[in-house]
Every structure is written in C-alpha cells, then in structure tokens.
Design a binder for this molecule. Structure first.
Ligand code: HEM
Length: 129
C-alpha cells in the first residue's frame, strides 16, 4: 500500500504540473478545474503517505531531534506539505476567479505553480518504474 501510494504520488505530480502550466497559460474554468482537482488528489495521496511513510512516521516519533538539523526527514515533516497545502488554496482561489472571468486567475495559478515547483522534492526519482 505504501509503495503504491508513493508511486502514484510521484506520478500525479507530472499531471499537476502539466495542468498547472495549462491553467497559467490559458486561465479558464476548464484548465483551472483540471489543475485544482488533480492537485486536490495529490494532497489526498500525500496525506495518506504521511500516515504510511516510515520516514514521515519516524520523524514524527523523534520530532524534537529531527528539527535540530536539516535532513530529508525534516524536509518532509516540516516543509514539503506546507507548500503543497498553500498551493492548493491558491489553485482553488484561481479556479474561483476563472469561473467569474476575472483576470486575477492567472496570477493565482502562477503563484500556485511557482510554489509547487519550489515544494517538489526534486532530489527524489523523477519516475518510480
Ligand atoms: C499536504 C500535502 C502533501 C503531503 C502531506 C505530502 C507528503 C509526502 C511524503 C510523506 C512524502 C515522502 C514519502 C516517503 O518517502 O516515505 C512525499 C514525497 C513526494 N511528494 Fe508529497 N506531499 C504533499 C503534497 C505534494 C504535492 C502537492 C506534490 C507535487 C505536486 C508532491 C510531490 C511529491 C513527490 C514528487 C515526492 C517524492 C516521491 C518519491 O520519492 O517517489 N507532494 N510527499
């Protein structure tokens, strides 16, 4: 189950990024909905991973020590998910603006996409095949 979630979480990242670029280049209800909803799926997969991941659970169990020095465990427990959640809020705000035909949608999609690009652990495999 853990491996399956990790595989899906890794893969869905590419769909999120592709729809994010689409929504940024052509802000509209359709592109925005694809972006916001795949990102929602990715966050749900991430939440599942947080419960099942030995790395994440191990870090939680030793939180005080883990927070002392920068490490992969600290990155996942304290940073990675924060960017993902803020991006989720921005993408849904963008979708709402796109549905109203407001030009602000593009800025919100751009902010969500930029934050995602910064929050993705690029040091991990690009695909898990
Ligand atoms: C609340 C939001 C999120 C949570 C709780 C979360 C949680 C996690 C956890 C716990 C891991 C590491 C699992 C492990 O190695 O055992 C992980 C890895 C990863 N996450 Fe997230 N994540 C979230 C959002 C996102 C988003 C929005 C993206 C990209 C769009 C993303 C992309 C990735 C990638 C690419 C990996 C590496 C997967 C691999 O090693 O194959 N995550 N995430």
């Amino acid at each position: 189950m853990y491996e399956a979630l990790l595989f899906l979480h890794n893969l869905v990242r590419w769909a999120v990024l592709a729809f994010g670029f689409w929504a940024f280049l052509r802000p509209a209800p359709r592109s925005g909905a694809y972006f916001a909803h795949t990102l929602t799926l990715q966050v749900v997969l991430g939440l599942g991973l947080a419960f099942l991941s030995p790395l994440f659970q191990g870090a939680l169990a030793n939180l005080e020590a883990v927070m002392q020095i920068p490490s992969e465990a600290r990155y996942f427990v304290a940073e990675h998910w924060v960017g993902g959640l803020i991006a989720l809020g921005l993408a849904h705000a963008g979708l709402s603006q796109a549905r109203k035909g407001k030009p602000r949608a593009r800025l919100l999609f751009a902010l969500a996409l930029g934050l995602l690009l910064l929050s993705i652990p690029w040091f991990r495999p690009l695909l898990r095949l």
